[in-house]
Each structure stands twice: as C-alpha cells, then as structure tokens.
Design a binder for this molecule. Structure first.
Ligand code: ATP
Ligand code: MG
Length: 412
C-alpha cells in the first residue's frame, strides 16, 4: 500500500469473515421472523430532503442538531443521508397514499448515517433492522411488534437481554409531565450538565436520558409520568402489559425511560442487556440493542393525516456482536480435480450438487500434487475425486447418500 492510498472514512467499517457471517445471520433471522408476523418487506431511499428529518425528529434532538450528514446537491437542494428509518417511512406512507393498506406492517433494513464519535458499537455508517406498524391505534399493535422483537432476539440466541418498558402517556399527559419536569429541574439548573441546562426549556424529557455524572443525582427524584397519566393513557398501557404477559414476553418497568425523539407517545421501550451478563460485557456502555415506541404525532408533523403508528429499530452491528462470530456454512462436498482432463465432468458434477442444494466447491488449479492438501484445508464433509477418465469417487466421514442422490439425479 502506498502512502497516498485513500483510507476508509472514520466511523465506517469493512465487514468480512466471521463478523460478516454474524451480520448476515442477523438479517436472515429478521427476514424469517418478520414473515411469521406478516410484516411486508419494503425498501426506501438512503437520502431524503433534509426537512423530512428536521420536521419529524425536531430541531432540538441530538440527531438533527449534531449528527446529520446534510449536503446541497447540484441543484441546490438540501439533502440528508438518513440517520434513522422512521421519518423516511412516514414520508413514503404519505406521498404514496399507503393509507389504503392500513394497518400496514412494514419491515426493512439497511445503512444509516450519523456524525457521532466512533467507538465500540458506535459508527458513522451503521445498519439497522426496522419494523413498523402504521395506521394502528390499538395496543394490540404494540404487543405484536414487541412479541416479534422478543422472538427475534431469542432466535438469534440472545437470552440475556430484557425489555425495558415505559409509557410517555398521550399528548396531554406528556405535556403535564413535561411542565413538572421543567419546574423540578429549573430549581437545580446550575448544578446540571451544560447539555441538560440547554435541554431544560426545549426538551426536558431528554434530561432523564442523560448519562452525565452531574445529572445523575437528580434523576431518581424527578417527577414520574405515572402521576400525570390520563385514564385513557393508563388503560392503554395496561392493555399493552397484559398482552405482553399473555404472549410470554418478559419486561420490566423503566419509568424514566424516554426516547430521544419528540414524536413519541404512549409506549416507549428498549431491549437492554441484563446487568453482569455476557451481552453487557460484549457491548460495554453502548447498551441498547433495540429501541422504539409509539409515534402517533409524527405523520401530522410532516403535513399528513393523523396516523397512529408504532415501531422499533435495532443496530445490526450490535446484535451481531451479541451473536458472536459465526462460521460460513459447512462445506458439504468438495470436488477435487485430480487430472485436468476431467474438468468437464467436474463442472457437470458441481452443477448437479448445487442444484440439489448441496454446499459445494472445487479445487481445480495449481499443482495437481498439492490439490488434495488444499481441499482438506477447507474441511469438507465429503470429497469427490475426479480423474482423467471422468471417473469419480466419493470419500469422507458419515452418510453420503444425499450427495450420491444429487449427482445421480437426471437433469432436464
Ligand atoms: P444510543 O443511545 O446508543 O445513541 P439511540 O437512542 O441513538 O442509541 P436509536 O436512534 O433508537 O438509538 O437507534 C436504534 C438502535 O440503533 C440502537 O439501539 C443501536 O442498536 C443502533 N444504533 C444507533 N446509533 C448507532 C451508531 N452510531 N452505531 C451503531 N449502532 C447504532
Ligand atoms: Mg444516539
């Protein structure tokens, strides 16, 4: 590599090997589980007009004020690389008139971009899986969405992560809580962190979310949402928790859990590794793996019709870290070409093996003498040796009848 070879952008990753297999395992498992719950696959643009994010997330959020990759395109329009999925999905729902499909269960995954300080589990380009139920006002939607998240984690083999659940109430409850928080924190304003002093008037809920040591002593005594919940909001939350209990989804109440974004109402949640667990060790301080909630106010902030909705997103890299390294699929059959004249036969064999769903590969190059060792290095379950007359012979441990059947099957 010469000195002027360009380097990768800070906070981006080239993922390969066992990490890439873990990444793929997360996505494949998500694809399988989302079908069980009848979430429909959708794809969205990686960039949107900047206002899509500015209007829906709110100017005071960290994402909009500090983390967005925004630029002017050649036509002078301000565009932004998506920092999250929900705002773009809401834009798509409105502009495509997807109201006709409501309630609409959507699933997607792909890259997101945030200008953050890179560290373990935190990147500038990262990837999420995302699930949304749009146009559903009933708590059953929240239950379904959370049951899906819970099953996904279990199927990934992640069993030491727990659902932390809160309600932010309806608009009215949230406003009353907000006012009480402002009053409470105003009394100790000078002792709060600089960030929280700034949040105080604009986005006081976010103070509860603060990880700053200066704020911590004031958090536990802050007013709780439960004091401000309307009867309706209380019933809604009860219906969600009853549904989760019936579905066997374990949860704990986290009454100071808020979501960083302004548009959340009612249910808010995060899946967090249990204290002292293997997953907590693996993730360090970047501990939320999956988060989301109900965002009944979002569509209106984009100029669309009032549309209740609930969704979550999970970082694929963080899930992949919990899944651990995974190996590529086992090599079931290796075709070993022992004489170059047998190449046509070897290719025909391979075609039949693969058509028969058998993971297979070929060693056909380099010195003939070294091919056997090369083949063994790949750790195949079975070796098919092909000689110059086109004769082949299957060796290896265990039952080879499925391989035999695949190569004997007549092709049309
Ligand atoms: P955090 O508190 O860790 O910054 P967040 O509240 O910003 O998380 P969300 O916007 O809710 O995160 O995104 C959902 C999930 O996406 C997170 O739980 C995490 O798994 C993942 N995630 C968010 N930001 C990053 C990032 N910069 N790098 C890698 N994964 C991320
Ligand atoms: Mg963040």
């Amino acid at each position: 590599m010469s000195k002027n070879t360009p380097k990768a952008i800070r906070g981006t990753q080239d993922i390969f090997g066992p990490d890439a297999e873990a990444f793929a395992f997360v996505v494949e498992t998500f694809e399988r589980v989302r079908k069980l719950y009848r979430f429909r696959r959708a794809e969205f643009p990686v960039f949107e007009k900047t206002e899509v994010f500015a209007r829906s997330l709110g100017e005071t959020t960290d994402v909009v004020s500090k983390e967005m990759y925004s630029f002017e395109d050649r036509g002078g329009e301000s565009l932004t690389l998506r920092p999250e999925f929900t705002a773009g999905i809401a834009r798509a729902y409105i502009t495509n008139g997807w109201q006709q499909f409501a309630p609409l269960k959507l699933a997607t995954h792909g890259p997101l971009f945030r200008y953050e300080r890179p560290q373990k589990g935190r990147y500038r380009q990262f990837h999420q899986i995302d699930a949304e139920i749009i146009g559903a006002a009933d708590p059953q939607a929240d239950v379904e969405l959370l049951a899906m998240a819970d099953q996904l984690l279990k199927e990934l083999g992640i069993n030491d992560v727990t659902l932390h659940l809160n309600t932010l109430g309806d608009g009215e409850s949230r406003e009353a809580w907000r006012a009480a928080l402002i009053e409470y924190f105003r009394a100790v304003k000078d002792e709060l962190s600089e960030d929280s002093q700034e949040r105080l008037e604009k986005n006081p809920l976010r103070i509860l979310d603060s990880k700053d040591r200066k704020d911590k002593p004031f958090l536990s005594d802050a007013p709780k949402i439960d004091e401000f919940l309307s009867d309706e909001a209380r019933d809604f939350f009860a219906a969600v928790t009853e549904g989760l209990d019936a579905a066997g989804v374990e949860w704990v109440r986290a009454d100071s859990l808020v979501r960083g974004l302004d548009y959340y109402r009612h249910t808010a949640f995060e899946f967090i590794p249990d204290e002292g667990s293997v997953s907590a060790d693996a993730l360090g301080s970047q501990s939320t793996v999956l988060g989301g909630g109900r965002y009944d106010g979002l569509m209106e902030s984009l100029g669309g019709p009032a549309t209740p909705a609930v969704g979550w997103a999970a970082g694929i890299e963080r899930l992949a870290m919990l899944v651990g390294e995974r190996q590529a699929p086992v090599l079931e059959a290796m075709v070993l070409l022992e004489h170059d004249e047998g190449l046509a036969v070897a290719n025909a064999l391979l075609a039949k093996l693969r058509a028969g769903g058998i993971v297979s590969d070929i060693i056909a190059s380099g010195s003939v003498k070294k091919r056997y060792d090369k083949a063994m290095k790949q750790n195949p379950q079975h070796i098919l040796r092909v000689n110059e007359t086109g004769f082949y012979d299957i060796s290896g441990d265990g039952d080879a009848s499925h391989i035999d059947a695949a190569v004997k099957r007549e092709t049309r």
